[in-house]
Design a protein around this ligand. Sequence first.
Ligand code: PMP
Ligand code: GLU
Length: 389
Amino acid sequence: MSRYSERIGAIIPSATLGVTSKAKAMKQKGEDVAVLAAGEPDFDTPEIIKEAAIRAIREGKTKYTPSSGTVTLKEAICSKFLRDNSIKYVPENIVVSNGAKHSLYNALQVVCNPGDEILIVQPYWLSYPEMAKLAGAVPKIIKPGPNSGFRASAEDVKKNITDRTKVLIINSPSNPAGVVYDEAELRAIAEVCLKKGIIMLSDEIYEKIVFDGRKHFSVASISDEAKAMTIVVNGVSKSYSMTGWRIGYLACEPKLAKMMATLQDHSTSNPCSISQFAAECALTADLDGEMAKNLGIFQKRRDSLLEFLAGEPKIKPFSPGGAFYLFCDISSCGLDSMEFAERLLEEKKVAVIPGGPFGEDGYIRISFATDLGTIEKGVGRVKEFVNSL
Ligand code: PMP
Ligand code: GLU
């Protein structure tokens, strides 16, 4: 008899976390590594948020809270949804968890039965298929391909539906390709899902990082019917440079939210009380100026990167509409993405994430959540590397 569960045997380690920690360790040892791997903003958490956390500690807000989060944080989340997305929720709709990753995990645990199919659009954030498998479900991959701009149409969704389809994961802006779906596309997709009774799990973690003056649109804001069939996931990691604080949240029907809370009762209890007070500050303080400044910096980095790589025959970047990644076609280099990333790190000391774990082996993901100097240095070395092949 195996000592390990079949569930754990079926999943693979996270390449995003693996490469990032390897590169950080090399850097700590003094190696001159350009880290273009991490999916976390390089900006510091805003001072006012840190102060809120320090105040929470001083005021003794260091005890258990309700498993699904404090009422005041849930109220702040409801105000955020109304302000940013025009969706009306009440605290009974909200569950706060240890990061958006945890919210997504909980959602799939609560809605999936063995054999249910989860529709995931390729390239996908690499944790989705693993989370589906951990919930006993089967990931079913929709492959729109680069010629459709990696965008799944309502027709693509429809073609992949079977009588086992339970959930469609929507990720806009997406990781790794930075695809931003517009309202018309989401309306068409929602129509298909509503007709077939398919739950939409909408991961909106990159909501605030959208370029060229476009605006994020949430599928749950389409109608009451769409809202009832959508689980919206968001968090403070990317928007407020709070990756280490581990606060994410979701909004869904109260009955479902109660089930998620019960799951949390028996698995993690509440997310860190201090981080919850910090997140409440993030969602209620006036940080518009700081966030607009950061968005401008991301936009400038994206534009510079596209410029650095323009005309490079062996690395063809896909221009992202949002998030902070550049997904690049390296298929003409003659290496698979894993070999490419490993050799690039060994030979040129540049850390990028191979595209294979996102479902696209002819690609690499370059993160621009780092300063322009590191980006220039890193991309210069990537060019040298491909020209040496
Ligand atoms: N969704 C996507 C698409 C992501 O890239 C990430 C990575 N951080 C998450 C969710 C989870 O974010 P966190 O758990 O830090 O809130
Ligand atoms: N989501 C980020 C990334 O894709 C952080 C790492 C992770 O949680 O996977 O790099």
